[in-house]
Structure formats: structure tokens, C-alpha cells
Write a protein that binds this ligand. Structure first.
Ligand code: SF4
Length: 367
């Protein structure tokens, strides 16, 4: 349960939602604006700030073959988890890129926090190979330094040793090569030039690719993509969707794809969760959801997709305010099938068909 304590009152933003993302799966999270999709993403990253407060519940992540509850971890551990295991791509990339650093510096920062050990290892290997080729034996001062850094790659001493000019030069060169490789993987033309650009010099599509590069650089367990293509034109949107799909397959990451665009869901998701006013009301395989939507809200959402030659339908009313949300089923004010019980009792989230869950009194609820 997630609440925001505001001057107007307590906003019940998330009310007992139950979501799981399976390994290597893309789960689409859909719903109208204001239904709690983005707040769910922020809660998953454990970055909800006051006046927001997670009051109950668990956020479980598989970490080294065991499940850990992120809400019980300290800030230092969460910093390792964010970026390394959980990453996020935002709707407006320029708002999340630092305007005073180049693309290279920003990707390099992620690499230095999460992949310092691998980078040090690569530099050490190249030093060893270089000395062998020159017929030199024994350890040089520089190699000893790298061996010491590798023992404790994230220690304070390592951070100091990294600042020794020659070590810094070699490490920076390795980081630069890695950044260029990643930008090339993002299908960014002329990556050497783009790496030296500032965010304001990038087009919308390029800025989004840079943010995706930062998010995927460490092959996270879960990538949360919060409407990453909303502000892009359709051709760039298609390229970004293909890119995310391809990189996900390669890195074996799971993806939580937040969107209000059902076309995008049909294109890239394996499963879908539909949200309404801080509740998940239906989850199903993408084919089942489009073929046989069960919840009245899901049906209304699908009917409101504009189709040529068909009358345009919209859902009557608006999403209710969450300071004093409707009792029982939060959709009852707008539902054509509402019954007496819907106004009094919250419907349970029940498996109606195989792996198809719905929260609605029409299915197995008491009348
Ligand atoms: Fe409609 Fe009742 Fe089902 Fe809610 S529980 S969606 S009000 S029928």
C-alpha cells in the first residue's frame, strides 16, 4: 500500500496491488493517466520520496538465487541494486540526463559504479599481454596497483588509486571503448561523435537511446520502461521498441513496460496487467486479454481504441480522485454492470481461467 500525505488529504495511490514479472518476460502495465502506473514503477525502484510512503507490502527481487525484500534493505545495498539489477527508462529522457555532462561521462559513471571490476580486469589483462609481447617479466608498479585495485574494486583506496594519472588514463581509455561499443549497439550513427555531445545537442530518439544505453549497460534483472516512446514519432517509436526487444533477448532481462498505448502492448508484451485507480484489475497473457477481456474496464479500454469505419467510444466519467476513493470496486461509478455489492465490497483478485486473473464481482463474486 502506497500513500501520499498531502495538505488536501491522504492520497491512496496504490491499494494492495499484486504484480509479478517472470524471468525474461515483458509485462505490459496499462491504464488511463492517473491510475498509478508510474507510481508503481517508482515504488518498484524504491525511490518514492516524501510525502509518499510505502505503508505495507513487499517488493521481492531474485538476488543471487534467493528472494530479497527491497523494502528491508539499506541505502548502500539499494544503490548496488539500482542500475545493476533494476533499471529504469523514463518518458522524457532529457529530464533525466544531466545537461552539463556529455553522453560519454554519463554512461561512464554507470560503468564505473557497476562494472569497475570488469574494467580493471580488462586493463590488467592488456598490461600483462603488452609486457609479454615485449618479453618483460615480473610485475611493474602499475600492474601491482591494478592487482591491488582488483582485490577491492569498490573500496576507497581503489578510488584513490584510480586517480593516479597513468592508471586513470588507461582506465578512461577502456571506459571510452566500452561507451562507444554500447552506443554502437544502440544503433547510434557515428558513436564517437555522439559520445562527446551534451543532452541538448541530441534529437529525441537519440536521447532516448542514450538513456536506454545507461539502463541496459549492466544487463539488469528487471528493466522498467515508463512510456519510453510516448513523445517520439512513430518511425522512431518502432525503432526503439525493436531495440528494447532485441537487447532484452540478448541480456535475458525481464521488462515491465508501462504504457497507455494498447498497440504497443500488443506488439511487444507477453503478459498484460490492467490498472485502474491504484488497483490491478486484470492480468492475462496478451493473446487472451485481447481475445477475451473479462473485466468491464478492460473491455471498455479496448472498445475505446479508434478503428476506421467504427463509431468512436469512450469510457464515461473520469478516473476518481484517490483522496477519498469510491468504496468497494473503485470502477463502480463508471461500470455498466455495477451491482449493489460492488459499492460495498472490494472484489477479490481471482484466477478465472488459466493464468487469467480478474478483480470483479461478475466472476464468482457474491450478488
Ligand atoms: Fe463493475 Fe462490479 Fe465488476 Fe466493479 S466489480 S467492474 S463495478 S461489475
Amino acid at each position: 500500500m502506497l500513500r501520499f500525505y498531502t495538505y488536501e488529504g491522504i492520497v491512496e495511490a496504490l491499494d494492495g496491488i499484486n504484480l509479478n514479472v517472470l524471468e525474461n518476460e515483458t509485462l505490459g502495465l496499462v491504464g488511463e493517466t492517473g491510475c498509478g502506473k508510474s507510481v508503481t514503477s517508482l515504488a518498484t525502484m524504491v525511490v518514492v520520496i516524501p510525502p509518499g510512503k510505502m505503508e505495507k507490502g513487499r517488493i521481492l527481487l531474485k538476488y543471487r538465487d534467493k528472494m530479497i525484500n527491497l523494502l528491508k534493505q539499506d541505502d548502500a545495498f539499494l544503490r548496488i541494486i539500482r542500475g545493476g539489477y533494476l533499471s529504469m527508462v523514463f518518458q522524457e529522457p532529457r529530464a533525466y540526463l544531466n545537461p552539463v555532462y556529455t553522453v560519454r561521462d554519463q554512461i561512464a559513471e554507470v560503468l564505473m559504479v557497476h562494472k569497475r571490476k570488469e574494467l580493471l580486469q580488462t586493463v590488467l589483462e592488456s598490461l600483462r599481454t603488452g609486457r609479454k609481447e615485449k618479453g618483460l617479466t615480473g610485475s611493474s608498479f602499475e600492474m601491482k596497483n591494478y592487482e591491488r585495485m582488483l582485490e577491492k574494486p569498490n573500496s576507497f583506496v581503489t578510488k584513490i588509486l584510480c586517480k593516479i594519472p597513468r592508471s586513470q588514463r588507461r582506465l578512461n581509455e577502456e571506459v571510452r571503448k566500452e561507451v562507444i561499443r554500447i552506443l554502437r549497439e544502440m544503433e547510434i550513427p557515428d558513436p564517437d561523435r555522439v559520445a562527446e555531445m551534451y543532452p541538448h545537442e541530441l534529437s529525441g530518439g537519440m536521447a532516448q537511446r542514450a538513456v536506454i544505453a545507461m539502463a541496459l549497460v549492466c544487463s539488469p534483472t528487471l528493466l522498467i520502461a515508463d512510456e519510453p516512446t510516448t513523445n517520439l514519432d512513430v518511425t522512431i517509436q518502432a525503432q526503439i521498441l525493436n531495440l528494447v526487444k532485441r537487447l532484452q533477448e540478448r541480456s535475458k532481462s525481464s521488462v515491465l513496460y508501462v504504457t497507455h498505448d494498447l498497440g504497443v502492448v500488443a506488439e511487444i508484451c507477453d503478459r498484460v496487467a490492467v490498472m485502474y485507480a491504484g488497483n490491478v484489475v486484470e492480468t492475462a497473457n496478451v493473446f487472451d486479454l485481447f481475445k477475451k477481456p473479462l473485466h468491464p474496464y478492460t473491455r471498455a479500454l479496448l472498445e475505446s481504441i479508434p478503428r476506421p469505419g467504427k463509431e468512436f467510444k469512450s469510457i464515461p466519467g473520469t478516473v476518481p480522485g484517490l483522496i477519498d476513493p469510491p468504496k468497494g470496486c473503485r470502477f463502480h461509478d463508471r461500470c455498466a454492470y455495477a451491482m449493489e455489492i460492488c459499492r460495498k465490497m472490494k472484489p477479490p483478485f481471482t484466477e478465472i481461467e488459466k493464468k487469467h486473473f480478474v478483480a470483479c464481482h461478475l466472476y464468482g463474486g457474491k450478488k
